[in-house]
Design a protein around this ligand. Structure first.
Ligand SMILES: [Zn+2]
Length: 343
């Protein structure tokens, strides 16, 4: 049995329709769907994927530049020392990127005729095999919206989206990561959202045109990909914290928990992902952390969680855990429990 899922990820406003309603033991939102038995399964690659790039450029981006940007995006993820994942460039193809052909195809497509895609810079499609003992991806495609202005200039070009930055975000989905919420947005007069700042490539909304920051992974991205594909030393060299977020004695679903390393300033986050309000943040370098809990009130919860799942609680204010948390190498600090209050 295979499941075709179109998360329609990334973009300007990056919509992720299938999501990490992860199991309570999981750190990080991952690509997960229900199989026929109703069990949530996590999508990962069980062998290094080969990807193909379409032989079609757009104004400002030659085919060679497209290939280079995609390869740069893959390199960002596969060069993470604490993660054990690689990918191989298979060459150019004339296949349409969003087509079931058992090839992983990445390329531009004209999305102007597709309702709902006007604000989407790109999306990632998954085909997940769930009939084996370990569910895994067997086809993942990335479609980049040819109707936006693009650039591959390493310095960025005003008014043009940086292709490698957007590709890097989509390739995070390609590898199985969901969205992360470490960022600040403001609402424009027309109701659309503008990113003021973010500290994760996997934020659901892209930087403004000309910005090339998302070519480089942040500590949050590194922790996420390492948790999904841990290198042999990852679990022993990093630690984790876990606990619950509650309000009036009830577990809070969909709270964002951010751990800030007070020595390095690194921010790594996850969500409470069950009805008990349980969370785990893994991949933390040993050291002292401040733990902050906040709601997804600025963002669309459906970019993070399945709208058909439990309701995300967004009606509480920022709350800190009382005191620093010292994370050991190879260990978990439990009971970092935070009680939040309705606003
Ligand atoms: Zn996305």
């Amino acid at each position: 049995m295979t499941h075709r899922v179109r998360p329609r990820v990334a973009g300007f406003v990056c919509l992720l329709l299938l999501i990490g309603m992860a199991r309570s033991s999981d750190a990080y939102l991952k690509t997960s769907i229900e199989d026929d038995a109703g069990t949530l399964v996590i999508g990962t690659w069980d062998s290094p994927p080969t990807y193909y790039v379409t032989a079609q450029g757009v104004p400002g981006v030659s085919v060679a530049a497209l290939v280079s940007a995609v390869q740069g995006g893959f390199d960002a993820w596969t060069s993470v020392a604490s993660a054990n994942i690689s990918a191989t460039y298979g060459g150019l193809t004339n296949a349409f990127p969003d087509q079931v052909d058992h090839q992983n195809v990445i390329g531009f497509a004209d999305l102007s005729g597709m309702p709902g895609f006007e604000d989407t810079l790109g999306f990632t499609d998954y085909l997940l095999a769930t009939d084996s003992t370990s569910p895994h991806f067997f086809e993942t495609d990335i479609v980049l919206n040819a109707n936006f202005p693009w650039s591959t200039d390493p310095a960025g070009v005003p008014g043009r989206y940086d292709l490698q930055s957007i590709a890097t975000h989509e390739i995070g989905h390609f590898m199985g990561l969901g969205h992360s919420a470490i960022g600040l947005v403001q609402t424009r007069a027309d109701g659309s959202l503008d990113v003021v700042g973010k500290r994760t490539v996997m934020f659901p909304i892209a930087f403004t045109p000309g910005n090339v920051s998302d070519r480089v992974l942040t500590p949050d991205d590194v922790a996420g990909i390492s948790d999904l594909y841990p290198a042999s030393t990852f679990r022993t060299e990093t630690g984790s914290i876990s606990g619950t977020v509650t309000e009036n004695g009830q577990g809070v679903f969909g709270a964002q928990i951010v751990a800030m390393n007070t020595r390095t300033g690194a921010l790594i986050s996850n969500f409470s992902i069950d009805q008990q309000g349980s969370y785990v943040i893994a991949g933390l370098s040993p050291g002292p952390y401040i733990v902050r809990v906040e709601s997804l009130d600025q963002l669309d919860p459906s970019s993070f969680f399945d709208p058909a799942g439990p309701a995300v609680d967004t009606d509480f204010g920022v709350t800190y855990f009382s005191g620093p948390v010292v994370v050991p190498a190879g260990g978990n600090v439990p009971n970092i429990n935070v009680t939040v209050t309705a606003q």
